[in-house]
Design a protein around this ligand. Structure first.
Ligand SMILES: Cc1cc2nc3c(=O)[nH]c(=O)nc-3n(C[C@H](O)[C@H](O)[C@H](O)COP(=O)(O)OP(=O)(O)OC[C@H]3O[C@@H](n4cnc5c(N)ncnc54)[C@H](O)[C@@H]3O)c2cc1C
Length: 433
């Protein structure tokens, strides 16, 4: 059974468990605002809410439905960090700025938690705890790095040795893990729709089924056209993630759309709880490794993994992921898959978000990769602060600009790199047998 307002969303666990019923109109006619935001994912919505709270009049255009893209169909993991590690960020910007960026990423988690608490978004169903697990022995490196993170950033991290991991996750694969007790997992579509509702309550005008099709960005007043409307605004923010089209060519050239996949199993509480004996979510540290959690109070599993550079859905997504699940938990062989889906993430070559100003009054906030929950929260917040002249924290991301994605060669390189990582992971895991 799906709720009446769920039409226009693809079939996912989140659509099936949507709680709210509001629809937003199409944009029509001539509309004036201080700020026009293009894209109704979590980056655009967080910015819209913040700008409305700062007293700006905001128009938000969404091509489909609110959080129709990655924001409404992801794994629901919310943790500090970025799509690339602290060491690689430090190589780019030095250790001091890398630490500042990492603290911002922690602030992103807190922004989300505060939204959920202050706005009473119970339907976001947050559950504490995400474990990062290894399929090989790190020889003390995992424990040491978690202790360093605890010292440097005050994070609540608990090291789990083999027996402790396997008591929670009944799989022969895992060798050790770190449980992040500051992280949580949740229902991203219900959360996103609650942000939209609050932004509208604070005066923002939200439009669905209203794709921006062209933009005139050079004058003092920017003009964004949809099929049925023309929006005139002093400033524009593009927050179109992995679904960015050709309206602003500089943005289209600067990212790679990467697909990733999720499945939802049938309801089978005994089987599920024999395998996963905790409500804490888990991800393994392999590149594009598995990430999964129990949902519906432990009756089902939501399992994500794999990346490809193909934009269309392969026919066998569910089979591929199910195979991964059964390799990890042989006891789940009989567990059937109820629905599988994919979504597009936006990756820059440097693997960091792209947050900044293209030209006076034209802003972008995108490329959050597979770590987009906390980072869209911080991205949306600091870009709104920048647009409102409240802070220039967005400049921390200046070293990670809109570099060219490499076109077709960039795609091929991304896929090859992923396969190479998969091979390295497999060899490392094989070494444990
Ligand atoms: C399957 C999957 C699992 C993931 N799991 C996790 C996870 O567990 N944890 C995590 O941190 N991250 C995860 N991610 C990544 C995260 O979901 C994204 O990084 C994040 O949601 C990106 O948000 P966004 O607002 O930038 O883009 P999106 O949410 O994709 O929103 C962009 C929106 O812009 C709209 N749009 C595009 N063009 C136009 C236009 N011309 N006019 C109007 N609107 C337009 C689109 O319709 C879309 O709704 C996952 C992603 C996927 C796909």
């Amino acid at each position: 059974m799906t709720a009446p307002s769920s039409s226009g969303y693809i079939d996912t666990y989140y659509r099936r468990t949507l709680t709210s019923s509001e629809d937003y109109p199409r944009a029509t006619g001539h509309i004036e605002a201080d700020i026009c935001i293009v894209g109704g994912g979590l980056a655009g919505l967080t910015a819209a809410l913040k700008l409305a709270r700062l007293g700006r009049s905001v128009v938000l255009l969404e091509e489909n439905r609110i959080a129709w893209g990655a924001s409404g169909r992801n794994g629901g993991f919310v943790a500090a960090g970025y799509a690339t590690g602290l060491d690689s960020i430090a190589r780019h910007v030095g250790q001091h700025q890398a630490h500042e960026l990492y603290r911002l990423s922690m602030e992103g988690v807190e922004i989300m938690r505060t939204h959920i608490d202050m706005l009473g978004i119970r339907e976001a169903s947050p559950v504490s705890g995400i474990a990062k697990a290894l399929r090989y022995h790190s020889g003390g490196a995992l424990k040491a790095s978690s202790e360093k993170q605890r010292r440097d950033f005050g994070m609540q991290l608990r090291y789990l040795k083999r027996d402790e991991v396997r008591a929670l996750y009944n799989s022969p694969k895992y060798q050790e893990a770190v449980l992040d007790e500051d992280a949580f997992h949740f229902h991203p579509l219900n959360y996103a729709r609650a942000l939209a509702r609050e932004a509208a309550k604070q005066g923002s005008s939200i439009y669905e089924q209203s794709a921006a099709v062209s933009a005139e960005l050079d004058g003092a007043r920017k003009r964004i056209r949809t099929k049925e409307a023309m929006i005139e605004a002093g400033q524009v923010l593009f927050a179109t993630g992995g679904y960015t089209g050709r309206v602003v060519p500089a943005l289209r050239r600067a990212f790679l759309p990467i697909s990733t996949y999720v499945l939802l199993t049938e309801e089978a509480p005994d089987l599920v709880r024999d395998a996963i004996r905790t409500d804490a979510a888990i991800l393994d540290d392999r590149r594009a490794g598995d990430y999964y959690r129990v949902v519906d109070e432990g009756r089902r599993i939501l399992w994500g993994g794999r990346i490809t550079t193909r934009v269309g859905d392969p026919r066998n997504i569910a089979t591929l992921l199910q195979r991964e699940m059964v390799t990890t938990y042989p006891q789940l062989e009989p567990l059937k898959v109820e629905v599988g889906w994919s979504g597009l993430m936006s990756y820059a070559r440097h693997l960091m978000p792209q947050i900044g100003q293209l030209q006076p009054g034209v802003w972008y906030c995108t490329a959050f990769g597979g770590h987009g929950m906390n980072t869209t929260a911080i991205g949306g917040t600091i870009i709104a602060e920048g647009m409102a002249g409240e802070s220039d924290r967005y400049r921390l991301f200046a070293p990670f600009g809109l570099s060219w994605n490499g076109g077709i060669l960039g795609k091929a390189a991304a896929q090859l790199t992923y396969w190479a990582y998969q091979a390295t992971d497999a060899i490392r895991e094989f070494g444990q047998r």
